[in-house]
Design a protein around this ligand. Structure first.
Ligand code: GRF
Length: 197
């Protein structure tokens, strides 16, 4: 079994979709929710789904072992960021090379970087009068929204779109693609491992 930890600090609507997608999968399971925000909606998702959650704190995350021991003890093999706003420390990236995936609600490299999340992204897209936006699923490296892209999908930005209507369209794209792409990344990492054995 491949165990996924979802890191999230928001409402967790993507987390809920991902959990559901792998519910009956024979070799992949969401086994842990990692959160840095007490009261975040994603914690309710975890409770409802009977998935354990781990609350993390700044100092051990950035200046300690980044919870690597805890994740290993829980046999976590892949980390999925779904609305997690802290930068991922080097210790965690080293412990999970090619095994940390993020989703960003824009077509990177546009509209990424520190402070570019949620409605700030959609506001910037609309301010720039871009004709399209979308989602980017990518591997995580030490810089915000920077690692190797895995998948992109686009939506048309209509002249009457607002940050809210655009956010809704983007969320639908995320629900449609993110769970499937996670499964593909895990399958191909596993296949690579087998080939090198
Ligand atoms: C998503 O739009 C994702 O792209 C971004 O954070 C948001 C999380 O939304 N990284 P939700 O908590 O899954 O509803």
């Amino acid at each position: 079994m491949q165990h996924i930890a979802i890191f999230a600090s928001g409402t967790g609507t993507n987390a809920a979709r991902i959990i559901d997608h792998f519910r009956h999968h024979d070799s992949i399971r969401v086994s842990l929710i990692v959160c840095n925000k007490p009261g975040a909606g994603v914690l309710d998702v975890a409770k409802r789904e009977h998935i354990p959650s781990l609350m993390i704190e700044k100092t051990p995350f950035f200046q300690g072992t980044a919870y690597v021991d805890e994740l290993r003890a829980k046999k976590i093999g892949f980390i999925v960021l779904a609305g997690f706003l802290w930068k991922i420390p080097t210790a965690l990236i080293r412990a999970y090379p090619g095994r940390i995936i993020n989703i960003h609600p824009a077509l990177l490299p546009k509209y990424g970087g520190k402070g570019m999340y949620g409605r700030f992204v959609h506001e910037a897209v609309i301010r720039s009068a871009d004709k399209e936006s979308g989602i980017t699923i990518h591997f995580v490296d030490e810089q915000y929204d920077h690692g190797q892209p895995i998948f992109q999908a686009k939506v048309v930005v209509e002249p009457d779109d607002t940050p809210d209507t655009l956010a809704k369209k983007i969320h639908l794209l995320e629900y449609e693609h993110f769970p499937r792409v996670i499964g593909e990344v895990i399958d191909s990492a596993e296949a690579d491992l087998q080939n090198h054995r």
